[in-house]
Ligand binder design. Structure first.
Ligand code: AP5
Ligand code: MG
Length: 227
């Protein structure tokens, strides 16, 4: 099957949760800009040191740094490899840079999936999230039963609360999403590549909707449908 896919949605919509499932079940590479920044920050690389202050405050890392990091990750993939972008692009400048780079590879984007979740639910989810230090899998203290408390079910890594999951940073991230990232909905709608998917319900229910949306566009371009 295709796919070069963007998973778009506000903080806490479930992008990381769903991207991990789609990657595992549909043989896609999951590229998450936030995960890349956090692993650079944990390793203390020059990029990580530059990104730190933005990430901690819930602000976007400048476009030039972000675009270079993600395009390098894409260019290291095999030509025929399907991939799913989580958290990138987040500005129109990033979306244009992505289109240009994929155009040069003659592999344009197939689809953008927009995960929609109301604000109150986003705030609740982020307030109860734990993240694996090692593989960055997200968990939910309200609903994820863990095999071993405090440890990741997938890799055994330590679970922690992200620095940007404080109430102040969450509110900043939501504001930033509405001002800087939401314009991408129009951007991809105009390209006929946007499908909006309801992000409420269980993880499996949302996964089923996303899988259906992906299958529906195999071989044809998507309009703006709501599933
Ligand atoms: P990033 O890591 O991308 O954070 P984000 O967009 O704010 O999104 P989150 O990871 O918080 O949420 P998610 O949608 O992945 O939800 P999750 O699956 O974890 O970016 C962090 C920072 O990096 C940015 O603020 C910025 O500084 C920088 N950055 C990254 N990309 C950038 C870019 N392109 N340009 C510039 N700067 C950039 O789920 C959330 C919680 O809900 C979890 O607890 C999960 O278990 C739970 N959950 C998931 N699904 C459900 C469900 N169906 N029902 C109930 N709970 C659920
Ligand atoms: Mg995430």
């Amino acid at each position: 099957m295709l796919a070069r896919v963007v998973l778009l949605g506000p903080p806490g919509a479930g992008k990381g949760t769903q991207a991990k499932l789609l990657a595992e079940r549909l043989d896609l590479v999951h590229l998450a800009s936030g995960d890349l920044f956090r692993s650079n920050m944990a390793q203390g690389t020059p990029l990580g040191r530059r990104a730190q202050e933005y990430v901690t405050q819930g602000l976007l890392v400048p476009d030039n740094l972000t675009i270079a990091m993600v395009l390098e990750a894409i260019s290291s993939l095999d030509q025929g490899q399907s991939f799913l972008l989580d958290g990138f692009p987040r500005t129109v400048v990033q979306a244009e840079a992505l289109d240009e780079a994929l155009g040069e590879r003659r592999q344009p984007l197939d689809l953008t999936l927009l995960l929609s979740v109301p604000r109150e639910e986003l705030v609740q989810r982020l307030g109860g999230r734990l993240t694996c230090r090692s593989c960055q899998a997200p968990y939910q203290v309200r609903s994820s039963p863990l095999r071993q408390p405090g440890l990741c079910d997938i890799c055994g890594g330590e679970l922690y609360q992200r620095e940007d999951d404080t109430p102040e940073a969450v509110s900043k991230r939501l504001e930033v999403y509405h001002t800087q990232t939401a314009p991408l909905v129009d951007y991809y709608q105009q390209q006929g590549k946007l499908v909006e998917v309801d992000g409420l319900g269980t993880v499996e229910e949302v996964h089923a909707r996303l899988s259906k949306a992906l299958e529906a566009v195999v071989g044809s371009r998507a309009g703006h449908n709501r599933i």
